[in-house]
Design a binder for this molecule. Sequence first.
Ligand code: AHG
Ligand code: MN
Ligand code: MN
Ligand code: MN
Length: 337
Amino acid sequence: SGEEAPSTEIITLTRHVLNDQLHLGSAATGDLTLLLTAIQLTSKFIATNVRKARLINLVGLAGETNVQGEEQKKLDVLSNDIMVNALRASGKTAVLVSEELDNAIIIEEKHRGKYCVVFDPLDGSSNIDAGVNIGTIFGIYRVRPGSDGAVEDVLRPGNEMVAAGYTMYGSSANLVLSTGSGVNGYTLDAALGEFILTHPNITIPTRGKIYSFNEGNSMYFHPPVTAYLKSIKYPVPPKTPYSARYIGSMVADVHRTLLYGGIFGYPNDKKSKNGKLRLLYEAFPMAFLTEQAGGIATTGTGRILDIVPTNIHERCPVFLGSRDDVLDLIKFYKEVP
Ligand code: AHG
Ligand code: MN
Ligand code: MN
Ligand code: MN
């Protein structure tokens, strides 16, 4: 009989993180674990709404524009509300920054904790109505010593984050998380309502065969990017060209890059001086995960995680992925004027 009995040894996200924290000894109070429990709940809640969107009239526009000048979709607004409410109620947060809110939320004393969460409640809005993968991205800082919660607590480089992750809503909900010692992937078991460890210790291949850029912007690209793309599309034999994959949801494009390798890029160009992606809640968390998985995340000229933000909604150019692929790109930035 080739039938295998179902495994009774399942590792949930909470168990896994608790275990990690135990190794830190007395320094760990369990607060981060509780905060991550709240984040898991928001992901489950958003996942069910994403799944039901068509049925309960959640597709389409909400009728408002966010601070980025983008039209908000109903699911952008709903996901934002879900996260703000759950994170406030967790009692573990002091500052919240969302793509969909003009200003940072400073949590009132009654509910205040010691963590700050920066998030993109729903990433890949343009893909919602087509049922294509979308996600939630988050980064977590600890408040500065002595702070009661202020915007300065999140105007800090990404290398000071204590954890970062995303949940991708696809054929299943996948939560990918790093608390600073590697990257692990969990899949939502809908029957159990738990995220189960399915992708332990994710590491990016040192080189891939896929590039992921919105080449529709080619006419605006700067020479180093144009020259780099040409080098992977018209390689010198015996090298063979790369494959193109671009979904247009950062979560999905980065998820594939972490698993398969290759390079994801959203450059600054002649049209967008700082690119499109937002530093705090898109670039930093994804750069954190990429580095933790053994890859590189750069603006082309410098490490993303070292940038000191001056504005919660500022943007930055992003290139991330397999070490050797990103090093090639950096070489073009050094050599092409
Ligand atoms: P959001 O939906 O949260 O506003 O983010 C959209 C971002 C990101 O998901 C994606 O990588 C990028 O926009 C795609 O932009 P283009 O449509 O310009 O390629
Ligand atoms: Mn948006
Ligand atoms: Mn986004
Ligand atoms: Mn978004």
